[in-house]
Write a protein of this length. Structure first.
Length: 352
């Protein structure tokens, strides 16, 4: 009698967990993803406002690896991805200047979460479920959620959440993997949004259709005192033309760490004020009709597991536990996808 296919639970439906799930599903193996959010996406998520959609996490991504390029090309042909930004600016001590380089950047369309929703197609995803504990019985794994409901059994569990959260789940099960998680440094980031009922004012010497701007660190201020690093105009992104004017404002990691427990409304005001300060003299922003902020407590790895792109055995155990995510490869969206994709292929190859 043939054995049933190996079942896998994946905790975390961000881009890494979804990429892992797609690789397993493509091999004909059953997979079930769990995520604490309202839907898949993780840091590729968007927020709906009255008359606008704002991206809260990654504002764009780039491509270097051939495997990821093939996937992005397929997304682009299907209309889920487009090139953006086409006009990128930078602000430094001399003012606003065009930023030009050879990097092609992409964005999900009509919103960033279109990428992860595409990845979730065909996968079983249970949202709004926070997995808080793992239990092992007779070589099988059970997952316990915030309501003490048990899910399982599964032959394997992939943990695709930030490493501090992964270490908590691994405690008492896999000391080596838990210690590996503790060696990865994940840094926080505040992201604010502002929506306006009137268009933004013209900026002298800057295209009215400017799409995004990078802010150079202040030369006379410590990093923790320098709030803002990137601003994007959401209504100038592909698929969103005709929406109301809105901005996404990303804080510097050092500033986010220094203001980790600050009130979200105060953070949003501080980041918008920092953008006002970088506008040319005499230019005033209209009053926002909607203003808020979201904290990504584990936004990106600052110290990650070097060599994990090759050594998959380092984040797998013989007991059926495995890890994936940007902390095991690098801070880019591409790194997260490759981490999950390569792990899924390796697990599929191991299956009897």
């Amino acid at each position: 009698m043939s054995q049933p296919p190996v079942s896998t639970a994946i905790i975390g439906a961000g881009i890494a967990g979804l990429a892992c799930g797609q690789a397993l599903s493509a091999a004909g193996l059953p997979v079930h993803l769990f995520d604490k959010g309202r839907g898949p996406g993780g840091r590729m998520s968007s927020r709906r406002l009255p008359g606008a959609v704002v991206d809260l996490g990654a504002q764009f991504f780039s491509v270097r690896d051939p495997a990821f390029r093939r996937r992005v090309t397929a997304w682009r042909e299907a209309g889920h991805v487009a090139s953006w930004p086409e006009t990128l600016w930078q602000v430094n001590e001399t003012g606003w200047q065009p930023h030009r380089d050879d990097v092609e950047r992409f964005i999900g369309t009509p919103r960033m979460s279109a990428v992860t929703r595409r990845l979730a197609e065909g996968l079983e995803v249970t949202s709004g479920t926070r997995i808080e504990r793992l239990e092992s019985h007779d070589g099988q794994w059970w997952l316990l959620d915030q309501h003490r409901q048990r899910h399982g059994p599964y032959a394997r569990v992939v943990i695709a959440v930030p490493t501090p959260q992964a270490a908590t789940l691994l405690a008492g099960h896999e000391t080596a993997l838990a210690e590996a998680c503790e060696a990865v440094i994940q840094r926080p980031c505040w992201t604010a949004w502002a929506r306006f009922d009137t268009p933004l004012p013209s900026l002298p010497g800057v295209d009215d259709d400017w799409q995004a701007v990078r802010l150079a660190p202040g030369q006379e201020r410590a990093p923790a005192a320098d709030p803002l690093r990137f601003v994007s105009r959401n209504d100038h992104k592909p698929g969103r033309h005709g929406q109301g004017e809105s901005l996404s404002l990303l804080a510097r990691l050092e500033w986010s760490e220094a203001h980790l427990e600050r009130d979200a409304e105060a953070v949003a005001r501080a980041l918008l004020d920092a953008f006002r300060e970088c506008l040319p003299r005499g230019v005033a922003l209209p009053k926002p009709t909607d203003l808020g902020a979201h904290l990504w407590r584990y936004a990106q790895p600052d110290v990650f597991a070097a060599g994990e792109a090759v050594n998959l055995d380092y984040r797998r155990s013989s007991a059926g536990l495995a890890l994936c995510g940007d902390g095991w490869r690098g801070p880019r969206v591409e790194d997260a996808w490759l981490s999950g994709h390569h792990l899924g292929e390796a697990l599929a190859a191991d299956a009897p």
